[in-house]
Design a protein around this ligand. Structure first.
Ligand code: GTB
Length: 216
């Protein structure tokens, strides 16, 4: 059964891989699972058919037979659990890899997203400068700790896992902001993820959505 995911019909990032379907595509590519993509407009995302799949009216979603999932973390975990290659078989190592997925989504991603959102949406507010300093400090606190833990290792805990996929997926979004430049090991970690053939296929697939719409 080929799963179907949803992605933006017109991603505001113009195919830079910033939207969260990127990490789902990457996971599917890592396990060599073919998939279909249904593109949705911003209007369609808020209509009943899509809200039945995603209560918050967002992308990505994942449908496979009678199963419908939302939340990129839950989707990647589902893919990793159903296929070999993204989670170790040894139970403790598997639990640690899942822990890194949660760490990426609930400890590292929020301050990075807050910072990005402030830069995009709050730069004209009188209190912007002050808030920016605060948000940068919060983001750096997390990146400092992550950088310390990763050290000179290739991946977070032995071989590449869904924990790395999710952490790199999160960090990748902040690359353009320049905040990772102060962390050569994190920049190299993201580059190692980007160099994986599965990442490249996923990136090319989401970019093709943008280039196809440009051609029409
Ligand atoms: N926690 C959910 C998950 O991990 O799946 C968050 C899902 C989410 O934020 N989805 C966004 C969405 O559907 C797309 S990824 N937004 C539309 C809406 O809420 O109405 C966030 C995103 C969007 C666009 C860019 N960009 O263009 O740069 C980057 C990231």
């Amino acid at each position: 059964m080929i799963p179907t995911i949803t992605a933006f019909e017109q991603s505001p990032d113009r195919g830079k891989g910033q939207a969260r379907d990127m990490r789902v595509r990457w996971a599917l590519e890592e396990v060599n699972q073919p998939y279909a993509v249904r593109l949705v407009s911003f209007r369609e995302m808020k209509e009943p058919a899509h809200l039945a799949l995603h209560p918050f009216g967002q992308i990505p979603t994942y449908e496979e037979g009678g199963l419908a999932l939302f939340e990129s973390g839950a989707i990647v975990l589902h893919i990793a659990e159903r296929h070999a290659g993204l989670l170790p078989n040894e139970p403790d190592a598997r639990a640690r890899a899942i822990t890194w997925m949660f760490a990426a989504l609930s400890t590292v991603e929020p301050p990075l997203v807050e910072l990005e959102a402030a830069t995009l949406l709050e730069h004209d507010k009188p209190w912007y400068r002050q808030r920016l300093l605060l948000l940068e400090e919060r983001a750096r606190t997390r990146l400092d700790s992550l950088s310390r833990r990763l050290g000179a290792a290739q991946w977070l805990d032995g071989d590449f896992t869904a924990g790395d996929l999710m952490m790199i997926g999160v960090l990748f979004r902040s690359k353009e902001s320049g905040i990772l430049n102060a962390y050569p090991n994190l920049s190299a970690y993201v580059a190692r993820g980007e160099a994986r053939p599965a990442f490249k296929r996923a990136f090319a697939a989401q970019l093709a959505v943008f280039t196809d719409t440009q051609r029409q």
